[in-house]
Design a protein around this ligand. Sequence first.
Ligand code: HMG
Ligand code: MG
Length: 301
Amino acid sequence: MTKKIKIVEVGPRDGLQNEKSFVATEDKLEFIRLLSETGLSTIEVTSFVRPDKIPQMKDAANLYPQVLKFTQEKGIATPCLVPNLKGLEVAKELGVTEISMFTATSSTFNQKNINATIEEAHARQIEVAKAALNEGMKVRGYLSTVFGCPYEKDIEDKDILDGIQRLLDLGCYEISLGDTIGVANPDQVKRITKLIAKNFDLKQMAMHFHDTEGMALANIYASLEEGIEVFDSSAAGLGGCPYAKGASGNVATDDVVNLLHKLGYETGVDMDKLHDASSFIISKIGHTAPSKFFQAYKGRK
Ligand code: HMG
Ligand code: MG
């Protein structure tokens, strides 16, 4: 039987949040419409965060309801990042059905990113998760800086396990483990995944690799060998966190789908249609796509 792997498309959120020039709401909408045609089952749409901190997401309240036109009838999940109760209020009003909460293994990164230590973020998230679950929302958790931090040198195993436990205790159905600055290597990924498997159910874990050092695909291969079945990625390989210095794009959905299909996995994603979505967003942001496979595919067309 062909093994299924789930892709969580984070292009409209992580992919665009680091782009300097504002992408027009109508272009984001068309990008998401094209993504909704590809067979992807989850598209992370936007973030309800401070617009002065992440200006690219300032149109979240306008964008989200329009996205539902393409996603709702196909049953595509449309999670949005929510950092606090204020963000949750907006999400609730707009009918958001799934939120992602985010924290890190590193307090310094958390401070820069969300103005909270690990403890403060956890205290906030207890309230956010409770209120979201009461509303019937699904809650996903991100744990950033699992494989390295731009500010704190060593991430202890205990910090990773504690971070996962806390997010699970809040009621997250899945934890996405972030290589926020793209410094992981396959041996490290294997070691940490083995450690996590000893303590938790790997079926509740996803991997979120940034490709700063070009090792994301190797890290995905290592994760697959350890039994991970969910990967976050962004069309064309855009992305990065403005509060993670030097980090580049997410691993490209184009590259991940190509790898998975060549290894015999099923993703449900149509490569031609994915290429259309990636081409569209690249034409709007005015720089080349980091994705190797995107370039190769374009050359063959
Ligand atoms: P804060 O400054 O601590 O919030 O921000 P505050 O409660 O002190 O309020 C200060 C002001 O912000 C107030 O406005 C609030 O109303 C407003 P004022 O009264 O001064 O006019 N405010 C908000 N406005 C809009 N939406 C909100 C909100 N909350 C407060 N939700 C906060 C804390 C977390 C909101 C802020 O630091 C922030 O927005 N940070 C941006 C975080 C972010 O989006 N980072 C990128 C995504 S994370 C990532 O990329 C990593 C990931 O991909 C995984 C990986 O790669 O590892 C997920
Ligand atoms: Mg990220």
